[in-house]
Design a protein around this ligand. Structure first.
Ligand code: NAD
Length: 372
């Protein structure tokens, strides 16, 4: 099987970022190099400064030249950006603004975040076993470059006090293109799409709902349902097994996907992909830069390593190589190796596991890469 795979050259823009970013990206690069060796591919890397590190070096969270490097690559792998040091900067100079500019500059409008429980980590879920046993395996398709994060932001004085305004708007075409990704994603899975909005209050949500229902007849094999975002937040903890694919706007997706990550055990395990109309995607774990544990070699690198696997699968058309990484992660979990965040709370369970650091986890996954 391995013999049929064509050797490929790919250029990957690497954004290590801030906090634990450099530690976790180093592990993902190690694993990518291992896969390249195993399958005869050549991956080259272009280092890109973004976030706090770019502010310190270039007084800009994403200099144009850095964005250009990303656009010229075959795909981008990002650790995380941000940290207390830059929290007092003005809005347009903060590390996170670099991330928003990168997403917009790459035109990646669709963010795909799986929420799947690894059987080895079922006990790490904060949900009751009776809920977890029903299965957790859904995907949140989040609109990424529209909505309130990209609307006008304004703070002004009014009647002797400050007043702040953020604008939330969506056009029909913005909703339609993400809606289609939702339907297409559901079509490849269990064919259930839940559109999440707040149509009882917001005009933008009423338009969202109308567009989803206009698209529905084009996907007769997919069952479309609607849910208000507040109810969805409750249903994710009450009965997550009901969901297959959730499609929602930028801010709702941001919040719901963090909630979904927690019920699967740890935020450190979840990868994400962001894609637009080209194959050049942005791949990143869903967590932030975790300044509280930065530099301690205890962060979980698996979310970033699985993001690299998604890059191979979705941007480089390398499904066997992606499977190879995911299998190695599963094998290492089977061996009982755990970073601190996924160690079982129960002392008896913990005694059966081996606590490892960030670089050790990367090394173990590398050592367990094998062709099927
Ligand atoms: P966070 O995700 O960085 O951390 C939340 C908690 O999860 C912390 O206790 C942290 O130690 C833990 N955690 C996160 N990733 C982990 C990992 N891989 N292994 C083990 N534990 C992990 O969220 P936060 O504390 O709200 O934000 C910290 C900084 O990150 C802020 O500056 C924020 O703006 C930024 N941020 C960046 C991104 C991004 O780069 N995409 C996303 C979210 C937050």
């Amino acid at each position: 099987m391995g013999g049929k795979i064509k050797a490929m050259d790919k250029k990957i823009a690497l954004i290590r970022g801030d906090g634990i970013g450099p530690e976790i990206v180093a592990q993902a690069k190690k694993v990518l190099d291992g896969v390249a060796g195993l399958y005869n591919h050549k991956f080259s890397y272009d280092d890109v400064d973004m976030g706090g590190i770019a502010i310190d070096k270039w007084q800009d969270p994403l200099p144009e030249e850095m964005l250009k490097k990303c656009l010229e690559s075959d795909s981008v792998l990002l650790g995380a950006v941000g940290g207390n040091k830059w929290n007092s900067m003005p809005g347009d100079k903060r590390p996170e603004r670099g991330l928003l500019r990168l997403r917009a500059g790459m035109g990646v409008y669709s963010n795909n975040r799986p929420a799947k429980i690894w059987p080895q980590l079922a006990s790490a879920s904060p949900l009751r076993p009776s809920i977890v046993e029903k299965g957790i395996d859904f995907i949140i398709v989040r609109e990424l470059i529209g909505g309130i994060y990209f609307g006008a932001h304004r703070t002004e004085e009014e009647y002797g006090q400050k007043k702040a305004t953020d604008i939330l708007s969506y056009t029909e075409s913005e909703i339609e293109r993400i809606g289609r990704i939702g339907f297409e994603t559901a079509r490849k899975r269990r064919k259930k799409l839940c559109s999440v909005e707040k149509s009882n209050v917001l005009d933008s949500s009423r338009l969202w709902k109308a567009v989803m229902h206009r698209l529905a007849p084009e996907y007769p094999d997919v069952e479309l349902s609607d849910m208000l975002v507040d109810n969805c937040a409750m249903q994710i903890v009450k009965d997550p097994s009901q969901f297959d694919v959730i499609v929602t706007e930028n801010m709702f997706g941001d919040i719901l996907s963090d909630e979904a990550s927690m019920i699967t055990g740890s935020i450190g395990m979840i990868p994400s992909s962001s894609l637009g109309s080209t194959s050049c995607g942005l791949y990143e774990p869903i967590h932030g830069s975790a300044p509280d544990i930065a530099g301690m070699d205890i962060a979980n690198p698996i979310g970033t390593i699985l993001s690299a696997a998604m890059m191979l699968r979705f941007s480089f058309d390398m499904p066997a190589e992606a499977d190879c990484i995911e299998r190695a992660v599963s094998d290492v979990l089977d061996m009982g190796c755990r970073t601190a965040d996924i160690m079982p709370a129960d002392p008896d369970e913990a005694a059966k596991c081996r606590k490892v650091g960030c670089s050790q986890m990367g090394e173990l996954i590398l050592e367990n890469l094998r062709k099927d």
